[in-house]
Design a protein around this ligand. Structure first.
Ligand SMILES: [Mn+2]
Length: 416
């Protein structure tokens, strides 16, 4: 196929026809992501480009994005569209954002797999789309929110990542995501909605192993799971107070990791059950140690965070310390990192108990104290942990992905 995208130099405002201008178009097939850049000389004519590196339908392959220009003899890198577009704003086929079109396997590129570098120096191979619309250093994707912490951990927000790219990076790694959920006492009633919405939105296309901890195994609903996903039930005793359930959760997760999860999964995410998924909650959350910012605290001064403030408690955080207030309804990461977190929190919870202390928000206080000193490597924005009680969605929340349902606490917390 032949592509004619650029008008003749004589019709390009800002260019004189006597000057040889080299244009560096970057063609990216929106179907398979194959990209080709080439330098084409324009001399009063049109440039032509024959895509040879992909076999996708002509319509998909003839889109391109990004180009630069330089004068003859200038060996600097091509400039981007922000620099170049003022000269030819009317280019009909220029697009700075690539829409993701459905792609049939037969039309995918048969070129050699791209090699990508993954965390921990694992090398992953993928033949899926690993290209994306160009990132511009001077154009932040989300100017309205903080997207990186002072210790350079990303904060995951809608608009800051390409979900198809993320899926294609992680899928070849063949990961298993352990997912723990506690349904004790009346909380078993939340399991069906939790699991059904998780099957629609949680790590779709990935191997998920749900570990349900409950005192009533017969109450675990039969929910159809997608291929490659499974559910195990572990019996746990019913504790006398809901606070005790919270206190014991760290110990139970620690034990489950030691007994089986470290042999059965690559990552572990520990989620509350009184929640529903509403939108994608995908592998963009995967990292070494991951915590979610509490939806009720993110606009407050750290002095107002509900940390444990009694120095005698192992959960103590001084008023001038702390980064974000995290909610214990979501935490996770690599198995051994979460194991260390649960083991440490369990030890701190037990030490407090021996001193007749109970931190103000039980395990959440200890989780927050731990994360002040062991910084999470990735933070989830409140999109990933919302609360239906918050009512109308503020502007910074583009997408509610997972949210606490409104419940009658006095009724479900039997021993409150
Ligand atoms: Mn909850």
């Amino acid at each position: 196929m032949q592509l004619t995208c650029l008008p003749s130099t004589s019709s390009l405002p800002g260019f004189q026809s006597s000057v040889a201008v080299f244009v560096f178009p970057v063609f990216v097939c929106v179907c398979c992501g194959t990209s080709t850049s080439s330098s084409c000389r324009i001399r009063g004519g049109v440039i032509t480009w024959l895509p040879s590196s992909c076999s996708c339908p002509a319509e998909a392959a003839t889109k391109f994005f990004g180009y630069g220009s330089r004068s003859s003899g200038d060996q600097s890198a091509p400039t981007g569209p922000t620099a170049a577009t003022p000269h030819y704003p009317a280019l009909p086929c220029f697009t700075s954002y690539l829409p993701v079109k459905p792609c049939t396997p037969s039309s995918r590129s048969s070129s050699s797999p791209a090699v990508i570098r993954h965390f921990g120096n694992i090398l992953a191979l993928s033949e899926e789309r690993l290209q994306h619309g160009q990132s511009w250093l001077l154009t932040p994707l989300r100017p309205d929110v903080l997207t990186v912490t002072p210790w350079l951990a990303p904060i995951v927000w809608e608009g800051t990542f390409d979900p198809v790219l993320i899926d294609n990076i992680y899928k070849p790694l063949n990961l298993t995501i352990a997912t723990t959920v506690f349904a004790v006492g009346k909380y078993t009633r939340f399991l069906r909605d939790f699991l059904e919405t998780a099957e629609q939105h949680y790590m779709v296309g990935f191997k998920v192993h749900y570990y349900v901890f409950t005192d009533q195994p017969e109450q675990v609903p039969a929910v159809t799971l997608a291929p490659g996903r499974k559910l195990s039930i572990t019996w746990v005793p019913k504790f006398n107070r809901w606070q005790e359930i919270s206190l014991r959760r760290m110990e139970i997760i620690q034990t489950a990791i030691e007994e089986r999860i470290r042999k059965e999964a690559d990552y572990i995410y520990c989620l509350d059950v009184d929640m529903k998924f509403h939108n994608r909650w995908g592998p963009e959350v995967l990292d070494t140690l991951v915590a979610a910012i509490h939806p009720w605290f993110y606009q407050l001064d750290r002095k107002q965070f509900s940390y444990e403030r009694r120095p005698a408690s192992k959960a103590y955080v001084p008023v001038d310390q702390g980064d974000f207030y995290y909610m214990a309804a979501v935490f996770g990461g690599r198995i051994e990192d979460v194991h260390k977190l649960t083991k440490t929190c369990r030890e701190h919870l037990e030490e407090d108990k021996n001193n007749n202390l109970e931190a103000v928000w039980q395990e959440e206080s200890h989780l927050n104290q731990y994360l002040v000193y062991q910084k999470p490597t990735k933070l989830l924005s409140p999109e990933y942990l919302w609360d239906d009680l918050k009512g109308r969605k503020p502007n910074e929340i583009k997408l509610i992905r997972f949210s606490a349902i409104i419940k009658n606490k006095a009724e479900v917390r039997e021993n409150a």
